[in-house]
Design a protein around this ligand. Sequence first.
Ligand code: FAD
Length: 318
Amino acid sequence: MKVTEHIENAKGKTLFSFEIIPPQKGKSIQELYDNIDPLMEFKPPFIDVTTSREEYIYIDRGNGLLDKKLTRMRPGTLGICASIKHKYNVDTVPHLLCGGFTQEETEYMLVDCQYLGINNVMALRGDAMKDEQSFTPKAGGNHYAIDLVRQINDLNCGKYLHEVMDIDNKADFCIGVAGYPEKHLESPSLQSDLKRLKEKVDAGADYVVTQMFFDNSKYFNFVKKAREIGITIPIIPGIKPIAVQRHLQILPQIFRIDLPEDLIDAIDKCKNNAEIKQVGIEWAVQQSLELKAAGVPFLHYYSMGKSENIRQIASQVF
Ligand code: FAD
């Protein structure tokens, strides 16, 4: 079922969903199942599976020289989606990226999705690679998420990259896109970022999932401004509980988000990681309860491969 259909069927009730990251290559999928198992009691209608960009690794040739190789450390998004879908009888949402993929490769993935009965996808640009100044698409690839939305929408209209004779097989993908309550880091302003979001919606996006935020007023303001410029599709808030001290530095650094002073103070007072985790859980519970009271369609949690804190939050919210 489509994410938008789950929302319609819920008739105003807030539902639980979460995002997982594929294990590093060579590791077992059992690790993922062990993290998903405790969350299934909260009946997620869908689970997102991220896609990672390629990155450069350096291989020691043994003679003091290093070989630079481009590789994907966490492949397998589609296989994992198929496996979870069948094991748990739940919808899965693969993340599709512009970065690192040609349009042709993207089309093959979408065709695979159709075969697998996966009819929701998140259309994302991806970030620049670590040693890139700015995001560069692969030759023949999509540049912005809107280009990917257009490509998916073309398939929904039965338009493949190359004409397919005698086939009238329209895809029917429900398309999610990213939104940024504190603006995307490259965007000159929140308003201009919102205009870009509106363009993605006009190109065919069906729902938005937001970047994490720790101050609900940022989300409420974002939704208000989005509605003012005519974005009417569901805007699902993304929630990430703080779990370790390091999050105070890396989350603002990577995602350019602000952390509220009260949260920073509470974490600074913690004596160990167990206390920090507890503060993170309590903060996320308060955020979730307020968002739920405001009638958000889903509360979408970034599990980052750890489900215990998400389980504790969900047990107090759902
Ligand atoms: P876009 O919508 O293309 O926007 C990127 C930037 O370009 C923005 O600043 C926007 O304002 C600007 N822009 C858009 N269109 C134009 C235009 N026509 N001209 C000029 N500027 C323009 N990353 C991963 O690698 N894997 C994942 O699985 C993943 N999942 C994510 C899930 C969610 C819910 C979110 C919020 C993010 C996720 N990301 C993921 C991160 C995402 O790839 C990055 O934030 C990326 O930098 C931007 O992606 P986007 O889809 O928002 O890009």
